[in-house]
Design a protein around this ligand. Sequence first.
Ligand code: SF4
Length: 847
Amino acid sequence: FAVSYAAAKDAESALDFEDLQLHARDLLRDHEALREREQLRFRSIMVDEFQDTNRLQCDLVDLLTGPGTERFFVGDEFQSIYGFRHADVGVFRERRAAAETLLPLTRNYRSRPEVLGVVNHLFGASFGEEFQPLAASGEFPDPVFGTPVELLVTDKSAYEDSGVHWRRAEARHVARRVREVVDSGAASPGEIVLLFAAGTDAEWYEEELRAADLPTYRSTGRGYFGQQQVVDLLSYLRLLHNRYDDEAVVSVLASPFVGVSNDALLLVRRAAGRRPIFTGIERTIPTGLAERDERLLRAFRQRFDRLAEASTRLSLERLCERIVADHDYDLAVLAQWDGRRRYANLRKLARLARSYEELRGPDVEGFVRFVSEQESAGAKELEAVAEEEGADAVRLLTIHAAKGLEFKVVVVADAGRDRNAPSADEILCLADGRFGFRVADPATGKRYGAFGYDDVTARRKEEDEAERLRLYYVAMTRAIDRLIVSGSIDPGRAADEKTPIGWVLGRLDCAAELAAATGPVELEREGVRVLVRLDRGALVEPVVLDEPEDAAEPGQLALFSPDSAPPLPPLAPALAPIAALPEPPLHDVRRLSYSALALFERCSYRYYAERVAGMRPADGHGTVAGTTGLAATEVGDAAHRLLELVDLATPEPPDVEQVRVWYPGVTDEELARIAAFVETYCSSELARRVAALPGARPERPFAFEHDGVLLHGRLDVLQREGTRALVLDYKTNTLAQGTPEEIVEADYRLQRLVYALACFLGGAEEVEVVYSFLERADAVVSTAFVRADVPALEAELSEAVARIRAGEFRPTPSEFTCAGCPALDVVCAGPRLRGGSPRLSSLAAAG
Ligand code: SF4
């Protein structure tokens, strides 16, 4: 990698940031005359934020220090939060120990004493002897009312079956409190900030603030390259470069550039047959389209042809502008609540295209590839900022972005988030040069640590924990008047105690007081006070704003009372009713596998995306050697394949190492999980029961016709004895979704009746269908059917087939179903639909 990377940089005559430091260090070190000349330029050197430097940067400072140069370092080891970009707080400690003169800085001119008291109490014990409590020295002419430090604690377990995700509930909790702070006059929106350790879910908090009618400005989240409008415009550029790029065609047709319905996408796909999708509209428009779709597709073809022809002579920047203007995409974007920012993002992409063209020439494909590479390399590019944006809005920032800033009210949000565990296959390297990684034994595929991997992992974990603590210290010390720390926690889950909010509650040692509380609780510890507001499931509904009160008053305002208003103009004549839209084309299903039926049951919209529109599910990569980690479907498949090897008469788990042959990418953890599934079955009461039955056989195929549809599939285990049949189906679902009975009822009802009908059609008079959830030996759901049930089963199946034929495709999001769904974030917002955002709900309904 190093050689290829160096060659790529040489080819571009480019230096990266590390090169700039390394070359400067080498020049100063190896060229005495040059070093002396540079040293003479500085009489004093002051290094600010010294805790964020590393050894290489310290070498540079040393090399610039001449015999008479004064040096002054300023830093706070407890604000060292840049380990991820190689800052080494150890360097700070070494230099401090060796310094001739130390000037402690303990006076804080930012925060109120009440805030600093809580910060000192929380962090003092954990930071050790080097920590010097901060003393408030600022002047605060206005008093602050109430308790300046609050905890908003959302009980995750209270939201388990509510249909509202706990993080959404926490976001509502925060929005409600911020609304109260603003309404009380304690701060204006522009004086409030929400800080996040990771900006991944900040969008939810922004939506809830917006729902509470608070203006917001967010600079966290998916980043610039993930913004929908940037993705749309890039798709259009891709399409201009290659009209047979299927993904680009679907993205453009479904986007506000064109906006055709799903039925139209399906008809275009069908018209293209096995050829690329664009051929479906290349020469003519497919028949059977709704009038609106036909009009949109015709308009698209005209504009697209014009743009394709113009693309050879326009600059990249101009081409971007023309695409946006010709399709009125700018108007569609500006009509949204954050339209100015979205539009600024489009302008920014056009400017990026201009810069690219100046360097590389007018190469559309090269530009699209360049942007994709930026995104996949995780390049951090902030969204464009529209003028005036953020002037008086609640800001949402990452803690790193807020370093060095201060705010009247700081809300440290999402403090219930657990740290992401580093990948087990990462090469770990410590600042002292020790490193370790894991290698696979070529014979067994088992992975072993090399070069002190275990020590390095343990040390790295300690360092990460310490840095996370410092991160929250930085966040809390941004507050001037008020500090609000918000997080969700499940009191019954030990792992949650390690989250930041769990840590804060642990430091306050308040479990008993909170358990007994029925409203807000004020805690007093060593003379400092914290107010805890608990939410135990009260915020299922979104924030509803009070209607403004009627401001009618006597006096001059009475002039505008309804009595004195001029008469209203007469009503406009009623328009003729709008003619009903034609029925959408039907989806004529001919074959259905049991897995297709199960998919339709779990989410009919995903069924549509995969089985009708032909979108390919996100594949796992477990079969590819050199990759790591399996998709959930691959874990399930591996468990099923192992169970096929089990002798049902004498159930013993087969060698789990066999999975490494099927899936070289499997991790040790996944392997252990798969082995546990198989062992659960083999040691279960159910396995003993099946072993005692004669003639139980695995993997039995079946097929039958119903209402003109061929239903087919395989039974995991089938046992026949006379007119009795038993079907066993293994499931690897997580039981966190509900009880086994609930999961079967919600997701596998149709599948179960298909199994039963298959057996009845094969001559059985009584059928028992058993679902064995392999997460727990006792998680077994058994249902018995008799021949008299057949008419009811057939009617239910007919109804499902009719629903599929009628095109009733609706998103039914859940974490389990949406994982790996090809529609996710392409034409469906997935789990975010559940949040009840008006915008997303309407999208779902439109879908
Ligand atoms: S993302 Fe989720 S809700 Fe949307 S179609 Fe896929 S499975 Fe259904």
